[in-house]
Every structure is written in C-alpha cells, then in structure tokens.
Ligand binder design. Structure first.
Ligand code: IMP
Length: 167
C-alpha cells in the first residue's frame, strides 16, 4: 500500500470545499451522507462549516467485497426526514462509474428539494459510465482502487487518515 493523498492535503481541501458550500448556501444546508464511506468526509466537512447545517444519512450498496462496481444499486437505509423545499447537498466519498450517485440524485430529486447539489471527495473521471453532475469535487484521481479516510476494501482501512492505493 502507498499513500496517494496525505492527511494534511485532505484537511486543507475539505476546508476549501466547506467554505464553497457555505458561500453557496447562505440560508443553511441539509447534508446527506452516503454510508458508510462518506462518514469521515462528512464529519470533517460539517465541522469546518460554522453556519446552519443539518445532517441525515442514507445507505446504499453497490459493491459487496469486490473492487469493481456491480452496476446494481440497492437502498439499504432511507432518510429520516423529507426534503421538500430544502437546500440539500449529497456528500459522497468517491464517484467511480457514477451509477451510485446517479441513483441517489434520481431518488432525492423526486422528493422536491429546492436545490440538490453534490459534494464528492474523490472522482475517477476515466471510469465514468453515466454523466452525473458533481458541484464540489475534492480531488480527481486515476483509475486505481483507493482506501482510507472512510473508504474500505472488504470493510478494512476506513480508519486511515490519508488516501492510499492498494498495490
Ligand atoms: P460508482 O457507483 O461506481 O460510482 O461507485 C461508487 C461507490 O463505489 C463509492 O461510493 C464507493 O463506496 C465505492 N468505490 C468506488 N471506487 C472505490 C475505490 O477506489 N475504493 C473504495 N470504494 C470505492
């Protein structure tokens, strides 16, 4: 395993993203994290935003223990509250094929938020299978499987403070 993005670089970029999201949501924001991978990103992002901010969680599954997307998305846990008229930001760990995010955006848009935007820490543009809009991107990376900062391989490595590549 080798480090791709050191912890300090992540922290600096997350603070920049928090400032951008705050600037775009002066009336406050409702942030929805996609479990489990986005829990670390959401935690740092939310703590870097001193303004009005509420949180909710969804869980979806698209991978099992494989490192390649099955292309099938399953909703494992739904939100606790409705989204009608609210300013919502989806908080995702990584966009790979885009299938998971496209599914999330489709079901959340149907709940009539005032705005629906998306923040992703990582993006692998070369892997995209569907065109999805991402409003805030932390880092673009090559087509390689990464772990750490919430991201796992078979439920391991989520606790690493940096992003690493499995060799
Ligand atoms: P997509 O549907 O192919 O865009 O995949 C999105 C989901 O796959 C993410 O939310 C992650 O949970 C997982 N994923 C994609 N690439 C990686 C990776 O490099 N490491 C760990 N998980 C990944």
């Amino acid at each position: 395993m080798h480090i791709l993005i050191p912890a300090d670089d992540i922290q600096r970029r997350v603070r920049e993203m928090a400032a951008e999201i705050e600037r775009d949501h002066p009336d406050g924001v409702h942030m929805i994290a996609v479990l489990k991978g986005a829990f670390v990103f959401l935690s740092d992002l939310a703590r870097a935003m001193p303004g009005r901010c509420s949180l909710d969680f969804m869980a979806v599954s698209s991978y099992g223990t494989s490192t390649r997307s099955s292309g099938q998305v399953q909703l494992l846990k739904d939100l606790d509250s409705g989204l009608e008229g609210r300013d919502v930001v989806i908080v995702e760990d990584i966009v790979d094929t885009g299938l998971t995010l496209a599914y999330m955006q489709q079901i959340l848009r149907a709940r009539s938020p005032r705005h629906l935007r998306t923040a992703c820490l990582l993006s692998k543009p070369s892997r995209r299978q569907v065109d999805v809009a991402v409003d805030y991107t932390g880092f673009e990376i090559e087509d390689q499987f990464v772990v750490g900062y919430g991201l796992d391989y078979a439920e391991q490595y989520r606790n690493l403070p940096h992003i690493a590549v499995l060799d």
